[in-house]
Design a protein around this ligand. Sequence first.
Ligand SMILES: [Zn+2]
Length: 431
Amino acid sequence: MNRSLPILCIYLVAATVSAVFAMSDCAVHAADGLIRREGQFIELTTDLDSDDEINKLVSTFDAAVTQWVTFWNDESFDPAAFKVQACVMRDESLFRQQGLIPNEIPSFPFGYASGQRIWIKAQPSEYYTRHLVLHEGTHAYMFAAFDGAGTTWFQEGTAELLGLHSGTGQSVKVNAIPADRESVPYWGRFKRMDQLRAEGQIPTIETVMGYQPNLIGDVGSYAWSWAFVDLLQGYPAYRKSLLEFATAGSDQGPDFDRLVRQKLQDQWPIVSARWRLLSHDLDYGFDWSREQVELSMTDGLWRGQPMQTNVKADQGWQTIGARVPGGIKIRLQASGQITLAETTRPWISEPSGITLEYHRDRPLGQLLVCVLPNAIPDKSEFLEPLEIHAVKDELELEIKQYSWLLFRVNEASGNLSDNRGSFDVSLSVKP
Ligand SMILES: [Zn+2]
């Protein structure tokens, strides 16, 4: 609708508005300036002025709840009784005047949930307003289904996970990593993650699990909490544990985190290694079907016999299937050609990469190796940067400690799907 109309919209009496805007997208406000719209799982009160946006909020919320039910797969919860009272506010004072925000609710920058009531401040983009409605709605759902959502990282991580969506109404898909920045205006999680990466402030899992309940709109902490929950749902091996954590959600103290550590104890070095990779790589277009990293506690130790491995161009980090011991020097030799894209002509890359285009300051298509220590990082607040080298045609590498060796082609996660072919890499110990 025409952006010069909103004020007119709010204050005209309803009958006049419907006459004037019968053919428009403008919502009909009641005498108190507010609109009430009811869906299956939501009663929305709002001063938004786009009828289309309001309808989308309601229909998206209803469809999202159905997907949350499927995601948590908790048969003991009957969603029929679940209904959220939601206020989506442009002018908060209107809602205060109507007594729709109880005095005990603290001031908040974006949104707030209490039981089955949620309050959201309208954002500069419809996407981000919807994201926040689904985020706060997830909090309400977790309270209704599980009597809580554990400690801060799990509360915020699950709300971010199930608030992140593509599409609207019946076509909505929750838990959908956005393909590009344009589809999620003002969401900004990846931008903040990039800043923190550049500042060397990628948190350890322990730091994320230690977040206190006073995040108050700290985008970075929300993003890392989401990333850790995303890791737990991205690997089938942890999915069952994730559901168990949700079931224990009524415990919002240290016992909740103890349960998480205990359930994942046997796997912790792998979880930790995968976190180091995910926190480095998570970005627009990230696709779990290409980015699950095959690491195992039972990976054998490489004894130094010459070996060959194959690195697929359309996959993320790929292991050689063994760990390498510390205190040795190895030689990597790479060969082959891959196709990065088919435009007017195919983009062919050799292991050195194509210098016509760069990703993260390295030529596109370049073969990379990551030396990832088996040991869990020290209990510091932030992770050491990953040790990543360009292999090019040949590389000699000193391995300092027991590590996994991982390879991938240098390209943004979201652009892997059209890649074809693979590089061959041979490994030998340098005498
Ligand atoms: Zn939240």
